[in-house]
Design a binder for this molecule. Sequence first.
Ligand code: SF4
Length: 156
Amino acid sequence: MGKRVAISACLMGKRCRYDASDNRDSKLLGKLESYELIPFCPEDFCFGTPRPTMDLIETPKGKRAISNLTGADLSEPLMDYARRFFETYPDIELFIGKDRSPSCGVCSARLYDRQKRLLSSSQSGLMAQEAIDRGIESHDAESFIAANPSPPITGD
Ligand code: SF4
């Protein structure tokens, strides 16, 4: 087996998005064929599927995941899941997260203030932040695809 890669489960076709859909990405999976893929979904594990959406909000406690339904701070279980995931798989060498997710986006998550004004579109979600803090090479799925183009078909 090749190196171990942590990957957002929805990118592999698991129907674990908030609305029980998936983000299966065949192009991405083709580029990861030689790797051992370890899927994760912090939001499904912590809150089930389907579930209300959440956003990253800048608060006095820092960047937090706040429920769009209740306003509750959902960060602690998500961060606890992330810590336990990387403790379970200490040999993860690469992290591929779903773009723009408040949990999994690597440098594409949106951060808002309490009035829902956009502060940044280049943040890390809470699970991705844990990967980055541990020094794991981390990429959004879309940028990973862009950085690893398919070889040209030569016809030989
Ligand atoms: S982006 Fe992350 S939290 Fe959202 S469904 Fe995919 S794996 Fe789960």
